[in-house]
Design a protein around this ligand. Structure first.
Ligand code: SF4
Length: 314
């Protein structure tokens, strides 16, 4: 079910309600307002772009795609709100910040600077700003002509190339080629190194939370579960939908309560009820951040758990 509808119970924030308003904008009462419609913008504002409707709805509505298209037209030729630029250019800001990560982290967490940054960026006071790693990761592969495998750890990054790129460039053979080269780590290990880590996690108990895009585009963490079970762990999937963080969504001040409500549906109850020795696995960066900030528990990526089976951590 659409997580924003589940949290608010408001038809306007359901997939059906949003689809109805989009139709009104294109062919009904809102036609005169067109893409400048505030009613449509408001209805789409609480959409987490989780893509659940793309696979769960019987008519496969891609509301995440419609939202991106709508916002592109809505702000065409005029300025976006400041926070759109801050989150949109987060990668570039992080690149600048990584020149002196200790200084950046001191600013992000400082008692005076942190509230100021949150205020400017429209981030909820209750949120902690994520810190930069002490050492940045730099891809070293430079030969882009070989059909090498692109192995992703973050499902939402992989879904960009698997799902969104071919939709943006349906007639470009490079988009199709790239799509074929995209793998999630567990899928690649299952295909190329079956039995990896077999028997090395005997006795471990794991709760695993699937990222929305992992479920919508790659069928969910089935391969992760199979590999962890082969490694000897008892693995239980957490019965929950979206974690409620969804990139910047859960950080935004006006969405914090909705984000918390969504997380409360299944995910946080499972995390808080877990034994101290239980390992919580979540492959999504947003999911791990939500579990840390609201569940006060450090979840691990599947790769971090698997690294324990081969002594190749760090
Ligand atoms: S993408 Fe997710 S939040 Fe948005 S309408 Fe679809 S199910 Fe709801």
């Amino acid at each position: 079910m659409c997580p924003s509808y589940r949290a608010t119970g408001d038809e306007q924030h359901s997939t059906r309600g949003r689809a109805r308003l989009l139709w009104e904008m294109l062919a009904g009462d809102l036609r005169s307002e067109g893409f400048r419609s505030e009613a449509v913008r408001e209805a789409l504002d609480l959409c987490l772009s989780c893509k659940a409707c793309k696979t769960e709805c019987p008519v496969a509505v891609d509301m995440a795609g419609y939202k991106a298209e709508f916002l592109a037209h809505h702000y065409e030729g005029r300025l976006h709100p400041l926070q759109h630029y801050i989150f949109g250019y987060a990668d570039k800001l992080a690149r600048w910040g990584s020149l002196a990560p200790w200084l950046t982290n001191a600013i992000l967490t400082g008692p005076l600077t942190s509230p100021l940054i949150k205020y400017i960026a429209g981030v909820a006071r209750e949120r902690e700003l994520p810190k930069l790693a002490a050492k940045s990761f730099v891809a070293t592969r430079t030969n882009h002509d070989d059909p090498f495998a692109l192995i992703f750890l973050e499902p939402s990054c992989a879904s960009v190339f698997k799902d969104e790129l071919p939709e943006l460039f349906p007639n470009d053979p490079r988009a199709r080629k790239m799509r074929e080269q995209v793998w999630l780590l567990a899928d690649w290990l299952s295909a190329k190194a079956p039995g990896f880590g077999a028997g090395r996690l005997n006795g471990a108990h794991i709760l695993i939370h699937g990222h929305c895009h992992h479920k919508a585009v790659f069928g969910g963490p089935k391969k992760e579960i199979a590999l962890l079970r082969e490694a000897g762990a008892t693995v239980e999937p957490i019965e929950a939908g979206c974690c409620g963080m969804a990139g910047p969504f859960g950080f935004e001040a006006d969405k914090f309560e909705v984000s918390k409500k969504i997380a409360d549906h299944g995910l946080l109850a499972a995390v808080k009820g877990a034994a101290p020795t239980t390992i919580i696995v979540a492959d999504g960066f947003s999911c791990r951040e939500q579990i840390l900030q609201l569940g006060h528990t450090r979840a691990l990526h599947f790769a971090e758990v698997l690294a324990q089976t081969c002594g190749c951590r760090g």
